[in-house]
Each structure stands twice: as C-alpha cells, then as structure tokens.
Design a protein around this ligand. Structure first.
Ligand code: CA
Length: 228
C-alpha cells in the first residue's frame, strides 16, 4: 500500500499542484485547508507524512506542528513545512516547532518529491530492535520509547534516530556531515545547521534528568556521545 500524505494548504491552486504531484509520484493524497480540517482528516485516517503550509488562516503551521508533536496519535508523523519565507531565522523556527524538513515556495516538484521520499525512507527504515542502555538512559527501538532514570521521555522522531545513532556509536566524534548521512540519509538536502537544532532539542529533553552532558560538543569537529 502506498504512503498517505496529508496536504495542509489553504491556497487552492497550490493545494491542487501538491495533490497532483503527490499522486503522480504514486502516493495517496489527503487534503485540508486549515488545522481544524486537518485534525478531522487525521482522526479518520492517520497519514504517513504531513506537508504543512506555514501561513494558514486561523492556527498557523508553526502552532499546528507543535500541537501535532504533543499528541500521542500524531507525535511520530513526519512533517515537511512549506513556506514562502526563506530567512534563516524562519528555517530554524520551523524546525524547532517540530518539522522534520523544510521547503521554500516556489519549490520544484522534483525537489519536493525527493524530500518526501527521503523523509519517508528514514521513518520507515529498519532500526535494529535491540534495546540500548547507557548510564541512566534506555532506548527501545521496538517500543519506540526512551526512558531516563526510569521515566519515559518524549522525543521527536528525528531526535529518536539521532539518540539511537549516538547510543550505538558512543565515545566517537561524529561530524555534522556524518550525522546527516547516518541519521538523515544521504539523499536529503538539509543544511548542517539542522543538526545543531536537533542536538539542542535532544539536550533539552535530557536536561531535566541531568543527562544533557552525555552529548558533547567537540569544537571544530562535531559531536560525541560520551559517559566520560
Ligand atoms: Ca497559505
């Protein structure tokens, strides 16, 4: 069965274009013109990926992305944010709201489809099922659950993969490029700065347990997960 993609876009012409391209590429397309109708769609049928416009009437794409990330039903659905804004500050804001990737309008259908495929690939790609435990941190790929000192902690899908990679490749320095290749996949057009955003998010969820120090910044080189 082909992946279901929910397109949340209020401008009819752009929505039509997105639906056309998504179906052309062999995916199923669901559509909504605002956050409220998107919720209805999701309750009826949970999509595999959401293409989310930033500028929506009513609830903005940014606010909606945060809502999606805080709901158990939608927490793990990858989000690609669509926006007319191209500023660096806005990109970071978009990623911090919980989006997995970001594309600026006007976009080329080819680039959009490449990003959709890359995001889907890294969300369905198999992780080894073995539970990894380091210090007070436990990660179970099978239950998709992370616990810190026995408490379940909420991490986004990209942070989960990032943490899994770190925990299975501890005590080594990884450059941003290596992390992008390993965690995001080589087909993805994301900037190295994206890594920093997700590292920040990961540290933020570990911080209340005093475990944020496990992820160390190695100046000029990258990051290392280390108990030392
Ligand atoms: Ca719009």
């Amino acid at each position: 069965m082909s992946a279901k993609i929910l397109i949340v876009e209020d401008e009819p012409a752009i929505q039509e274009l997105l639906v056309f391209n998504v179906m052309q590429a062999g995916f199923q397309a669901l559509r909504a013109e605002n956050a409220e109708s998107a919720w209805q769609q999701i309750r009826e049928s949970v999509p595999h990926l959401i293409l989310l416009d930033w500028m929506l009437p009513g609830t903005s794409g940014i606010v909606f992305a945060k809502q999606l990330r805080s709901d158990a039903l939608t927490r793990d659905i990858p989000i690609i944010m669509l926006t007319a804004r191209g500023e660096e500050r806005d990109k970071i804001l978009g990623l911090e709201s919980g989006a997995d990737d970001y594309i600026t309008k006007p976009f080329s259908p080819r680039e959009l489809m490449a990003r959709i495929r890359a995001v889907l690939r890294r969300h369905v790609s198999q992780l080894p099922d073995e539970t990894v435990t380091i210090n007070d941190l436990e990660l179970s790929p099978e239950s998709h659950r992370v616990t810190a000192k026995g408490f379940v902690i909420e991490v986004g899908p990209t942070e989960f993969r990032l943490l899994h990679f770190f925990m299975t490749h501890a005590e080594r320095v990884h450059s941003r490029t290596q992390l992008l290749d390993q965690v995001w996949g080589t087909q993805v057009f994301v900037e190295e700065r994206t890594v920093d955003v997700h590292i920040r998010r990961l540290r933020a969820v570990l911080e209340p347990f005093g475990l944020d120090g496990l992820i160390q910044t190695v100046r000029g080189s990258g990051y290392r997960f280390s108990v030392g």
